[in-house]
Design a binder for this molecule. Structure first.
Ligand code: NI
Length: 422
């Protein structure tokens, strides 16, 4: 049997531990994982580490254009005084190039999928098609309590799902993305939930990111964001909530009961001084917690190795105990739980799973001596150790060179776009 791609002599992340194995890929699926030597049209004999490509489960990728534009401000002031003003100047083509920039950075650090909520999403979808990456995409809808606007926003959101869902061999999954409980009315959220159910779509939303949000929602509706969403029937296993920083014990129980997935964004939460989420408690209660970078304007990197390290360190301080969270659980947040949250058949190196794989060179100074791969990946990796990235059965990066597009062109375009924001 000649596979499309054969990878021999690797330490593979299989069933939550690292084992010696060889991997055969056919089409866009993994077909063989085992001890037998495999042959392929493309062969890698890497003596490297194989993990599922990382999944950036919450982001606004084109915000890479605002990387470093406004710093050292709290969330609401940052949005109102800076970000919402420059976002008005954005043209669709800018979104395309901003997304390509973010995708370049993600591919280079082993990210094979991202989940994006933003504007001009047609351009984001085109960038996904062009670059070979996988993505879950939604148009960020906000009715701000206005009926006319609600109708228009839902129309744009639905049209996007109709147009792009399953495009590019299924690499795009188009879903619904109401922005947040403080920018969307309960009536609007209910309507979105109904439509999503009808077309069997997932819903991605920001929830309980700041204390301000929790107080604001209590003032408006007499309930916390999670309880308000539960009351209107918004929460279920098809709901993915980003942030979930401020949760009571009762709210954690509600999220578990409804099988809601949570995306933890530690660096963004620190940078906007939003808080530290109760990841340990969520994981202990059985909630699926994935990992995200959020937009580059509040991060400023699209690098999940950084997010893994921050996740682990922050939980230790949040709970004042060094064993607050295990490195293997943090690794799973980055490579497995995002796929699970969005119902995508990947995140594991097993036959019949999608062939989304990162090859990592461990012959680098920061990996010596190698006692435990998961500890090295979570605590000492930079992301630059990823040498090859396979997405949907295609080699998208080889020896750190992106094969699907020209990165230099992306950098040139972005430098030109920058001029209108200065
Ligand atoms: Ni966000």
């Amino acid at each position: 049997m000649i596979y499309d791609i054969a990878i021999n002599n690797c330490l593979c992340f299989v069933d939550d531990s690292f084992i010696n194995a060889n991997v055969g890929i056919e089409g866009n699926k993994i077909k063989y994982v085992g001890k037998q030597n495999v042959k392929g049209d493309i062969e890698f004999n890497e003596k490297a580490v194989l993990i599922p490509a990382l999944f950036n489960a919450h982001t606004h990728v084109a915000m890479s254009l605002f990387r470093g534009y406004a710093e050292d401000m709290p969330l609401m002031k940052w949005l109102k005084d800076k970000i919402w003003k420059v976002e008005k100047k954005l043209k669709p083509k800018d979104i395309y190039w901003g997304t390509m920039l973010g995708i370049t950075e993600m591919i280079k650090s082993g990210i094979g999928s991202f989940s994006d909520l933003y504007i001009y999403m047609d351009e984001v979808a085109k960038a996904v098609g062009e670059s070979g990456i996988r993505a879950v995409l939604c148009y960020g809808m906000a009715d701000r309590g206005e009926e006319e606007r609600a109708k228009k926003e839902l129309e744009i959101g639905e049209e996007f799902v109709r147009k792009w869902n399953n495009e590019f061999n299924g690499r795009v999954k188009a879903i619904f993305g109401p922005h947040a409980p403080y920018t969307c009315s309960p009536e609007f959220l209910k309507k979105v939930r109904e439509r999503a159910k009808e077309v069997k779509s997932i819903v991605h939303i920001h929830v309980s990111e700041t204390q301000w949000e929790v107080e604001e929602i209590k003032k408006r509706y007499g309930d916390t964001p999670v309880n308000m969403l539960e009351r209107i029937g918004f929460l279920d296993s098809d709901t993915v909530i980003a942030h979930a920083v401020w949760l009571s014990d009762e709210e954690i129980k509600v999220l578990k009961k409804r099988n809601v997935s949570v995306v933890h964004c530690p660096v963004s939460n620190l940078k906007l001084s939003s808080g530290i989420a109760r990841v340990r408690d969520m994981i202990k209660s059985g909630i699926n917690v994935a990992l995200g970078t959020d937009g580059a304007a509040s991060n400023n990197s699209y690098n999940l190795f950084q997010e893994m390290k921050f996740t682990s360190l922050l939980q230790k301080i949040k709970y004042m105990r060094a064993d607050a969270i295990k490195s293997i659980d943090v690794l799973k947040m980055a490579v497995k739980n995002g796929y699970k949250a969005y119902g995508i058949n990947g995140g594991e190196i097993k036959p019949e799973k999608l062939a989304d794989i990162a090859i990592i060179d461990v012959k680098v100074a920061n990996f010596y001596p190698l006692y435990s791969i998961e500890n090295s990946l979570v605590y000492s990796a930079y992301g630059s150790e990823v040498t090859h990235l396979i997405i949907d059965g295609k080699v998208v990066m080889e020896e750190r060179e992106i094969l699907t597009f020209d990165e230099e062109k992306v950098f040139d375009k972005v430098e030109k776009i920058k001029e209108k924001f200065i």
